[in-house]
Design a protein around this ligand. Structure first.
Ligand code: ATP
Ligand code: MG
Length: 388
């Protein structure tokens, strides 16, 4: 509606013909309807209030944010409809304010609202009322938290990668010296050799194992984008079990496999996923009791995702530990780094997946990895689109 239209109309009201009044009214109603439609289409909440805080109009988005019923809200005070918003402390003629607030009903959301007076004339103190614009910050806030977390992880990654790299050098030198020792050993009388050769072989095997772990660790923590290729998740699970075999068999841990009959190859970075399985299976067996420890590995697949479950009947996770389970350096183990799950989550998320952990103290823990089948990027819905 053009500004001044109403003023001009009022000024010449005595000269307006009866037929013209009808036309003008129809135009006003049309334009009001148009504005209402615009307000309804907005994702921001819009509430129009009179100077005393009585709601004159509320759009759909605002109703959703505050759980309002538009029929009942209009004509009532804002303070009575949104508990915790004290109108008298908010509204002052001529003052606009912006505030953040958290609402718990109907959903937990972080909102920001902006309240501005609607003045009759730009410089007059007489207010016609207020307009309140409400924005949903919930997702922005979650994104900010994720950014913070990934920055923290990056700093941590650099540090860990640096340490791991430094360990690699002495390890290399140890291996070279053991090789030299091996050569000298061959010059000893045959009868003296076997026990020494056996110790040497064990030492070199252990060094190899450390080296593999280190390489995997560096591979996993380096902030690289996954190099994806089609790979069989089952093959990776078996490979990881083979890697952990010495620990698993020495503690008589039963590993049960409940694998899907046919699992289509997944588009993943195999090295990174091996790290995921390695960390999770290691967590599982570290939590197991001395006897009757059991780990179950399960795989499922539907049209949209792969689901890999690692379940144990170990100590479980207490609610306090669960609350900070992905925090770096939080470990309940004497020699744990508290980085395992953090790395797992980063890799899974980089593949577009999610990790779910459920646990009951003294009964066990179930970790589920949800991995989307990325080849299906578009899903046509059966419900027809709503026409506006
Ligand atoms: N399957 C599980 N059962 C019981 N507790 C678990 C399990 N998985 C993780 N936790 C708990 O979560 C904590 C964090 O696990 P995370 O793998 O991140 O670190 P960590 O195992 O302590 O150390 P790292 O993996 O770096 O050697 C563990 O210290 C443990 O208390
Ligand atoms: Mg761990």
């Amino acid at each position: 509606m053009k500004s001044g239209f109403l003023e001009k109309l009022v000024a010449r009201l005595d000269r307006v013909e009866a037929g013209e009044v009808q036309q003008i009214l129809a135009r006003l109603i049309r334009e009001k309807g148009f504005l209402e439609k615009v307000f309804e289409a907005l994702r921001e909440g819009v509430i129009i209030l009179d100077p005393h805080g009585t709601i004159g109009f509320v759009n759909q988005a605002a109703c959703q944010f505050f759980g309002l019923d538009p029929e009942r809200a209009v004509g009532n005070k804002l303070s009575s409809q949104v508990r915790g918003l004290d109108w008298d402390s908010l509204a002052k003629p001529g003052r606009s304010i912006s505030r953040d607030l958290e609402v718990f009903y109907p959903e937990n959301r972080y909102l920001n609202f902006y309240l501005a007076p609607i003045d009759e004339h730009a410089h007059s103190a007489a207010s016609l009322g207020y307009v309140m614009l409400v924005r949903d910050l919930t997702s922005t806030r979650a994104e900010a938290e994720e950014t913070l977390e990934s920055e923290r992880l990056n700093a941590l990654t650099l540090l860990a990668a640096g340490v791991a790299h430094e360990i690699g050098n002495p390890l290399n030198s140890l291996d070279i010296h053991l090789q030299l020792l091996g050569r000298k050993l061959r010059k000893l009388p045959a009868a003296d050799r076997p026990p020494l050769e056996e110790s040497l072989a064990t030492a070199r095997e252990e060094i190899q194992r450390l080296d593999t772990i280190l390489k995997q660790f560096l591979h996993a923590v380096r902030p690289t984008t996954p190099r994806r290729e089609r790979h069989d998740l089952h093959a990776l699970l078996h490979e990881t079990l083979r890697l952990l075999e010495p620990e698993l068999s020495s503690r008589h841990i039963a590993v049960e496999l409940d694998l899907a009959a046919a699992l289509p190859p997944a588009l993943i970075d195999p090295g990174q996923f091996q790290q995921v399985f390695y960390n999770l299976i290691r967590n599982a067996y570290q939590a197991l009791p001395a006897t009757d420890g059991r780990i179950t590995l399960r795989s499922q697949c539907n049209d949209y995702e792969y689901r890999i479950t690692i379940e144990d009947n170990g100590s479980g996770i207490s609610p306090e530990v669960m609350g900070a389970i992905f925090e770096p350096y939080r470990s309940t183990k004497p020699s744990g780094s508290g980085l395992g799950l953090l790395i797992v989550r980063r890799i899974v998320r980089q593949h577009g997946g999610e990790i779910e952990i459920a646990s009951e103290t003294h009964h066990g823990t179930r970790v589920i990895i949800h991995l989307p089948r990325t080849e299906r990027t578009v899903r046509l819905l059966t419900t027809p689109a709503i026409e506006l």
